[in-house]
Design a protein around this ligand. Sequence first.
Ligand SMILES: Nc1nc2c(ncn2[C@@H]2O[C@H](COP(=O)(O)OP(=O)(O)O)[C@@H](O)[C@H]2O)c(=O)[nH]1
Ligand SMILES: [Mg+2]
Length: 140
Amino acid sequence: MGRVLCPGASSGHCSPGSTAFFWDAHLLLLLPRKVTLLVMGLDNAGKTSVIVDIERALAGEALPDAQPGQRRLRVERLEVTLLELPGAQRSRSAWRSHYSRAHGLLFVLDSGDLPRMEEARKVLSRVLSHPDVSGKPLLL
Ligand SMILES: Nc1nc2c(ncn2[C@@H]2O[C@H](COP(=O)(O)OP(=O)(O)O)[C@@H](O)[C@H]2O)c(=O)[nH]1
Ligand SMILES: [Mg+2]
């Protein structure tokens, strides 16, 4: 959670011990938090299948208004958007346009596809070296 502002405090923010801090933090906790997760990997790696598995495992409520390639899901107070990025080589250059708004990445690796392991390594390496990805959680 970001800094909690405390109206009326001369410094513009307040200590965790003050009443205002807890009041503001409480309000923020009530708001649904939107989380965007990018699901990436080579073509045919199993991205769509993983998304279906995640939806099933989380047993969240499916939310409407998802764009093509997106699944939206409410999980407790989170509104989670799973955005599948097309994995074909010609599509990968567009991935970077999504990095800045992502909260985390899921990189799907087909562990049975040994001939493409080096290709997957290079692709993941390029993703991780992008500044907009730096510091964000990755699930492989
Ligand atoms: N054997 C096996 N096949 C899988 C698995 N996950 C996905 N597949 C198959 O791999 C193919 C590609 O999966 P898909 O999820 O469409 O890959 P995407 O292109 O990365 O979205 C499909 O025919 C899936 O049925 C898995 O865990 N095991
Ligand atoms: Mg797919």
